[in-house]
Ligand binder design. Structure first.
Ligand SMILES: O=C(O)CCC(=O)C(=O)O
Ligand SMILES: [Fe+2]
Length: 346
């Protein structure tokens, strides 16, 4: 069965509905002109790279991790304590700076206020430690089997969420760790590939500190057209009049939770299946970011995390077989011969 995610009723959403009267045939044409080229590129990428390898096996350690990832879309591991302590120490100044900035921020903080990239050239020891710690847990074998290409670390980011910014962004967090709008922040990620990401909890995380939350199974059997359309819209960021001007099938976002009330039957069905990813002592989360997830609803204190992003281990240029100029001229010559013989047959 194909997985389809909820489709918010944008024409009745209080923020979006006021733009509905601006939709006309001109905006419909403009919206399609903006959407189509990006969709075409995304669709090509999706077809070329495809979905994850749900049946692949690893001969050796890591296979159990891979199996859980394939089935659930998320798996929790534990990083070596000594390596984690060193990583925490090294990045603490960076996270402290985010905390200080947040304290000084008046008004509602935006996502970049809580997030900072660790530039590889300046944080080499951290990149090395993370690489070693992930290798010890066979994460590269798991990830590479899952996305069907060898991966390496692309970027590390640190992030801090605390109860103050959580309150400003999401309102009061209830006893189950959920925001006032029960569907808030539900999303799939915007990138097409690699559909694999890792998060490291730098401190202990319980329900109070806003663990990542995942809806197992939502990463499987995705409707390709819908998934690509969602990702395209999140990257394209059309104005509301243009977004509303798209045909029904294309009027979807990767970040859909904030546009629902959380009371819809389909929202309730997803809520019932959602799990909070905090399992005593486990601190490393591997997940398929095409599954529905969210996190950072801190009720008490703060949550410090590191986000680990991946890229192909071999550059595109190296991974393609080299085709010589002689081969291309042979192809061109063959093409000309075919054309000539067709012309002669006419
Ligand atoms: O803050 C969280 O737990 C969610 C993280 C997330 O959405 C992501 O890393 O893609
Ligand atoms: Fe995400």
């Amino acid at each position: 069965m194909t997985t389809r995610l909820p489709r918010p009723d944008y024409f009745n959403h209080p923020v979006v509905a006021p733009y509905a009267h601006l939709v006309n045939d001109r905006t419909r044409i403009e919206a399609m002109d903006l959407f189509a080229p990006l969709f075409q590129r995304g669709w090509g990428d999706w077809l070329r790279i495809g979905q994850a390898a749900f049946e692949a096996r690893i001969d050796g350690p890591g296979d159990e991790t891979l199996m859980t990832l394939q089935r659930e879309g998320v798996v929790l591991l534990k990083m070596d304590g000594a390596m984690k302590a060193r990583i925490r120490k090294l990045v603490s100044s960076k996270v402290d700076a985010i905390e200080a900035n947040l304290a000084a921020c008046d008004g509602k903080p935006a996502f970049p206020d809580m997030h900072a990239r660790l530039v590889k050239a300046d944080w080499e020891e951290v990149y090395d430690l993370i690489t070693r710690a992930l290798a010890d847990l066979h994460v590269f074998e798991v990830a590479s089997a899952y996305v069907k290409k060898p991966l390496r670390i692309r970027q590390l980011h640190v992030q801090l969420n605390n109860e103050h910014e959580t309150r400003l962004r999401y309102g009061v967090i209830d006893a189950d760790g959920l925001p006032a709008r029960k569907s808030d922040y539900w999303h799939i990620d915007g990138e097409i590939w690699p559909n694999f990401k890792a998060l490291l909890y730098l401190d202990d995380v319980t329900l109070e500190q806003g663990p990542m939350r995942y809806i197992p199974g939502t990463h499987r059997n995705l409707d390709a057209f819908e998934t690509v359309a969602r990702k395209v819209n999140d990257n394209l960021k059309l104005s509301w009049p243009h977004f509303l001007s798209l045909p029904d099938a294309l009027r979807v976002h990767a970040l859909f939770g904030p546009f629902m009330t959380g009371e819809e039957p389909e929202a309730k069905a997803l809520l019932d299946r959602e799990v909070a990813c905090c399992d005593e002592g486990k601190d490393l989360l591997l997940f398929d970011n095409n599954g529905v997830h969210r996190g950072g609803f801190v009720r008490q204190g703060s949550r410090r995390i590191m986000q680990i992003l991946f890229e192909p281990a071999v550059s595109k240029r190296q991974s393609r077989p080299r085709i010589s100029a002689a081969f291309w001229s042979l192809i061109a010559c063959w093409g000309r011969t075919c054309k000539d013989s067709l012309r002669r047959q006419k």
